[in-house]
Design a protein around this ligand. Structure first.
Ligand SMILES: NC(=O)c1ccc[n+]([C@@H]2O[C@H](COP(=O)([O-])OP(=O)(O)OC[C@H]3O[C@@H](n4cnc5c(N)ncnc54)[C@H](O)[C@@H]3O)[C@@H](O)[C@H]2O)c1
Length: 234
């Protein structure tokens, strides 16, 4: 694995930080691209400031990797934001910011990374959400961005294959806050617990590695079974 390079967006904290640490442990040299700097950098990782919704920023990021590392083997499109507001209060600017950050960014990244990924026979993992397929109230922009990301994933898989595989992970509730969780938070999950960043990172590692060569255009739900559970009021 030595010499392989991975790019993880939104890797300064949360799920992205977990994926970056896992890929570094797998032997990748990891570039963490984020608009804010990480508190601490796992070994094997370096930080590059980037707003993934900005075409110029993404272009410069990939130009730096092409000029410096001269290769890219794995791209993880993880950076994302959520705005939860009643439809009547959600401004057009807020809607557009969520779509740009969560969806358009993956188009910008894939386009800018295509040549490097083709050369290495690389792979892409996008991070959507179970909210691509189900909703709570007041989450229109987030749900739409993640539904779009599912579709963009299979479109890219078909356009970029066979050289580049593209898959999607849809997490459910993954604890990134560090807040205390209640017993019922865990117990409502068929798997018996809330998710951890490692649950997503281990799957990303598999999808970016050599053992998943026949898997592309697919969505993997990592939610402890929550989207398989029927809920009726008692
Ligand atoms: N945590 C969950 O329960 C959960 C569930 C489903 C999906 N997800 C998805 O997983 C991904 C990571 O979520 P998280 O919970 O770790 O979030 P988080 O808020 O802890 O981390 C997100 C990271 O993305 C970065 N970021 C945001 N906008 C950016 C931009 N424009 N350019 C560059 N970096 C930017 C932030 O600075 C931050 O470091 C997101 O796409 C999110 O939608 C999370």
């Amino acid at each position: 694995m030595t010499g392989r390079v991975a790019l993880v967006t939104g890797g300064a904290r949360g799920i992205g930080a977990g994926i970056a640490a896992r890929l570094a442990a797998d032997g990748f040299s990891v570039v963490i691209a984020d608009q804010t700097a990480p508190g601490e950098l796992p070994s094997g990782c370096r930080f590059r400031r980037c707003d993934v919704s900005d075409e110029g920023d993404v272009g410069e990021l990939l130009a730096d990797i092409a000029g410096g590392d001269r290769r890219l083997d794995a791209l993880v499109c993880n950076a994302g934001i959520m705005i939860r507001k009643p439809l009547a209060e959600l401004t057009f600017a807020e809607w557009s910011r969520v779509i740009a950050t969560n969806l358009t960014s993956t188009y910008l990244l894939a386009r800018a990374a295509e040549e490097l990924l083709r050369a290495s026979g690389g792979a892409v993992v996008t991070i959507a959400s179970t909210r691509a397929r189900m909703s709570e109230p007041d989450t229109e922009s987030y749900a739409a961005s993640k539904g779009g990301l599912l579709a963009l994933t299979h479109a890219l898989a078909v356009s970029l294959g066979p050289a580049i595989r593209v898959n999607c992970i849809s997490p459910g509730w993954i604890d990134v806050s560090g807040d205390a969780l209640r017993a019922e938070d865990h117990e409502q999950h068929p798997a018996g617990r809330v998710g951890r960043v490692e649950d997503v990172a281990s799957l990303a590692s598999f999808l970016l590695g050599p053992e998943s060569g026949f898997i592309t255009g697919a969505e993997f739900i990592v939610d402890g079974g929550m989207t398989r559970k029927m809920i009726y009021a008692e």
